[in-house]
Design a protein around this ligand. Structure first.
Ligand SMILES: [Zn+2]
Ligand SMILES: [Zn+2]
Length: 232
């Protein structure tokens, strides 16, 4: 499965059907197109209709899911997404693309660099907020923003996130494109019995083929993850 890809509807380079055909070529059993949305993404309604046709056309060869990826903007799990979208897509991915601040807004790169501990704690609160939002099916590329800033997720913070996720319906994504989650976060999620999906975050059919073709990162999914995969 690859439940995290982007098409031309947002910042990908190919139409959804081109990604789906690449998925068929590399023998994926299911693929989700999960374009980036924001609260003002009016095109999403056309996209939802479009995905319905793609799903119907390819339905007997691969399972096609329509989805969106939205960033979490606070600690209550509020998503930057047009209202009601969750009722019309199969899968809502939530990601911490920016770290929310205590009083609104987001940390700047400088603020993250100057106080990694504060950034880590705020990141964890944002993830826990997303976990509690019933519209969210999957936490996308967990920990990527911390990794990109060189901040190690400590055992204590990982435990806080994993404990919040344990017993909830939300799944965490094992992102084969970015290699997250890992370390303490991955172990914590395992300990708390959290379910996983697999996604690549491919932004083109070529990237998708590279990840899932011979020798690609898609062949390196740990067994422990494979045993915890959920079919959404
Ligand atoms: Zn993302
Ligand atoms: Zn993405």
């Amino acid at each position: 499965m690859d439940l995290h890809t982007h098409s031309k509807f947002s910042d990908g380079t190919d139409l959804p059907e081109v990604l789906v055909e690449a998925g068929i070529d590399v023998c994926l059993t299911s693929i989700a197109i999960t374009d980036h949305v924001r609260a003002d993404s009016d095109w999403v309604w056309h996209y939802i209709d479009y995905m319905e046709e793609v799903r119907e056309y390819y339905g007997d060869r691969i399972r096609v899911l329509s989805g969106v990826e939205a960033k979490v903007v606070d600690f209550n799990g509020t998503l930057d997404m047009p209202e009601g979208v969750e009722d019309f897509v199969d899968i809502v991915l939530s990601a911490v693309h920016r770290v929310p601040k205590e009083d609104g807004g987001f940390l700047t790169d400088d603020e993250i660099a100057s106080d990694g501990e504060r950034a880590l704690n705020l990141w964890a609160r944002a993830v826990v907020g997303a976990i509690k939002n019933p519209s969210v099916a999957v936490i996308a590329h967990p920990g990527l923003i911390m990794k990109n800033h060189g901040i190690e997720i400590t055992e204590e913070v990982a435990e806080k996130v994993a404990k919040a996720a344990g017993g909830e319906a939300v799944a965490f994504e094992y992102n084969v494109g970015w290699g997250v989650p890992k370390g303490c976060l991955l172990n914590g999620l395992m300990r708390h019995g959290v379910s996983f999906t697999v996604g690549s975050d491919a932004h083109s059919a070529d990237e998708l083929r590279e990840v899932w073709g011979d020798g690609g990162a898609g062949g390196n999914i740990p067994d422990e993850i494979i045993n915890r995969l959920v079919i959404l």
